[in-house]
Design a protein around this ligand. Sequence first.
Ligand code: NAI
Ligand code: MG
Length: 349
Amino acid sequence: MVSRSVRLAVIPGDGIGPEVVAEGLKVLDAVSGELTFERTEYDLGAARWHRTGETLPDSVLEELRQQDVILLGAVGDPTVPSGTLERGLLLRARFELDHYVNLRPVKLFPGVATPLAGVTTDDIDMVVVREGTEGPYTGVGGVLRKGTRHEVATQESVNTAYGVERVIRYAFEVAASRPRKHLTLVHKDNVLTFAGDLYQRVLKRVAEEYPQVTTAYCHVDAATMFFVSQPRRFDVIVTDNLFGDIITDLGAAVAGGIGLAASGNVNPDRTAPSMFEPVHGSAPDIAGQRKADPTATILSVAMLLDHIGEGDAARRVERAVSDDLAERAAFGERSTSQIGDAIAKRVSG
Ligand code: NAI
Ligand code: MG
């Protein structure tokens, strides 16, 4: 094998972010071998904002563009006004780096407890392809007469034919690569008639190019019900930014908890680096207590490896996680770093 060096940007962020990222990096080190990571750590998040007022300065964004891939912990802190870091740092990175696919697997691993009764690992195995650069998250809208009784607040959902087509095409590719080859569009086309109709028409048109993939449609409210009552309905889901955000928290809950949910903010055209991160936030309630589960970050590292073309390494990490989860009940309570150590050991062993 030829040795390969990958430029990796690391943004530990706030709260439990640095704690879980440390374990993700431990596992990356364990798979490395011929693969080396040239790491650059970026000090972004609440501490920097308090110090300098900056969230994601242009100069840092330009540096990030020069990297091959990004690993993020989480951002957000109770001492920073809500939305400052989420919009100024996280959403800015996703939009500027054109992460138009937010990839979120929802998979029940063997041995993991689910709150649903009578389901097996075969019942919960889906991938949510959430649109990442449009919809209600664009920040289009505004406020008039703020603070008065006549205040007006608008928050528009922006959907372009171009943006919808590229995410739907990606979802078809994912569906075509999976055994069940089934793609469900989740939206609310009976109420959001303009955006929903655009998604529907594009889905129908692109479907003609994928005769091997079966398609279905589900309203988002019904989807939340089926996530609980019939999760087996779903194989690959394509949906807009806001719906995708909401249903994947539910997906995390049914598949063993937010501590296991991984994600990738993907730029499939590779015009900028993709960014991998656990679905969870900075969890200020448990920060600094060594209680955070690093598994979601470690599974995000596996997705990162897949993205950079290191599929074998990705499978090794996934298998190590799966083996650890299968025996987890027997271990009792473990700290963040004990879980990271155990998985890293399996990867190298
Ligand atoms: P959260 O995901 O941080 O926490 C929700 C609950 O899950 C908490 O009880 C927390 O202790 C628990 N939890 C989360 N991750 C865990 C882990 N790895 N192991 C064990 N338990 C875990 O969501 P919350 O509380 O709504 O938000 C906290 C902050 O994080 C806010 O500032 C929010 O804006 C931000 N946030 C950032 C995200 C990101 O950086 N991508 C995503 C979601 C929220
Ligand atoms: Mg969320």
